[in-house]
Design a protein around this ligand. Sequence first.
Ligand SMILES: Cc1ncc(COP(=O)(O)OP(=O)(O)O)c(N)n1
Ligand code: 3NM
Ligand code: MG
Length: 535
Amino acid sequence: MIEKNGDSIPHVLSVAGSDSGAGAGIQADLKACAARGVYCSTVITAVTAQNTLGVQGVHDVPEDFVAQQLKSVLSDMQVDVVKTGVLPSIRVVKVLLQSLAEFPVRAALVVDPVMVSTSGDVLAGSSILSSFREELFPMADIVTPNIKEASALLGGIHLETVADMCNAAKLLHALGPRKVLKVERLRVILQVIGEAWDVFQNVLVKGGDLPDSLDAVDIFFNGERFYELRLSRIKTRNTHGTGCTLASCIAAELAKGSPMLTSVKVAKRYVETALEYSKEILIGNGSQRPFDHSLRLKSGFHRKEVFNPSDLFLYAVTDSGMNKKWGRSMVDAVGAAIQGGATIVQLREKDAETQDFLETAKACLAVCRSYGVPLLINDRIDVALASDADGVHVGQSDMPASAARTLLGPEKIIGVSCKTIEQAQQAWISGADYIGSGGVYSTNTKANNPTIGLDGLKTVCLASKLPVVAIGGINASNAGSVMKMEVPNLKGVAVVSALFDRENVLTETKKLHDLLMEHHHRKSNEIHARQLSGK
Ligand SMILES: Cc1ncc(COP(=O)(O)OP(=O)(O)O)c(N)n1
Ligand SMILES: Cc1nc(C(=O)O)sc1CCOP(=O)(O)O
Ligand SMILES: [Mg+2]
């Protein structure tokens, strides 16, 4: 990419209308670009009052002010791709073309010829058609009409079959004479130097509205070849904004430097993934519902957003060998531990195949979510990501916590094992949420694990700015000694064998939970009494 003022981040400028419901328009473009890892600036051409029921009002932005927005962005930032949505008047089209002549963009112009909203409301009148055909399309690198828009642009011809769509794509492609003339010369030059022909005009006719089709069929035509792009049709009403999103994704991929056909395929796949993910989410009461560009809203409904240190109170760490020995499944063991009072669960699967680990994680996550208890994954960031677990626990020889934080993002929980003051300080710097410190006592569960004792635990706790959970050889007979220690950031105990190497997980967890509660109450009463006596 060419550098301008040091900008090297892929950048799409969306010139489109605002949708107050945020399913389509500028808002969809921003979300799509963010999801695809591309910066998006915006020039707003019209403001709609809109929700899932339809468009209640439209207010066009005066073209002088559209021009001012264009100048502000294009004179300062290095834009790679301009993507257009609602262009409400011929004057706005002219203003856009003038701006692009003054400040040419680096890679491409993507034109989504929006005329009618999903709800059937007209967003750009028929007077705009000739301006699109004669002025805008010849400058575009790709135009992405749906069937209705393609029909309107071609004088109302009927489009009912894939063959009709191919014909429409060809006719629309023919509307770019100036560009074709211009690029014919370029084509010869590029052929001579052996470059690809990606600079030529392309048409994508979107067949989402095609009757009686089980697939979502789009026709891509690059002037030379037709490509029938099929993906299975997703049964959902949450499709408001798919057109804007698709065009923005194409723009985003082009901005990253991908070829045109690849960009279209990636964009189509992304939209399919987002629709599949969002098919059951409910936003609004109407039938034109938005979808989730970030693929995160579903789990967000059930998950606590921020780590709560009191979740470390009774930390159950699983062991599949122990559960097998006692003839129960991991899901049953986790369910029983939670019913007995476990406040957080870690899946520690040292020998599992990746696929089995992932399936177990997903099944245990469903159980944990149903009780509102966080589930962490031991060591395996990939399994945590793929299962959407609440976080990970890593040791000193596992992936560093800072790298885990980069991969998992700010909202997941990250715990780190620390035996020393230096490790505790580093865990805090790395962005961890808590420390696991041990072995407090000797253990048979983890081979060759050095014991740090209660003194070592106290040293780590005093040095740590993070909450601490004690681990290693802890059971109902010694947990009291651990929790009696006078260190405020010691929040609980993590236990494997005392819960899972037992016949009845629920009973054993409850026993330990009751004991910890007794200590907790005793400590609270002592603190209260001290406050009353003023000591
Ligand atoms: C809560 C908690 N604390 C410490 C550990 C140990 O982690 P690590 O040192 O990475 O050893 P393995 O568990 O991976 O063998 C833990 N798992 N949980
Ligand atoms: C997994 C683990 N980590 C430890 C550490 O010291 O970091 S001790 C340990 C095993 C804890 O199992 P049990 O409760 O059966 O002793
Ligand atoms: Mg580990």
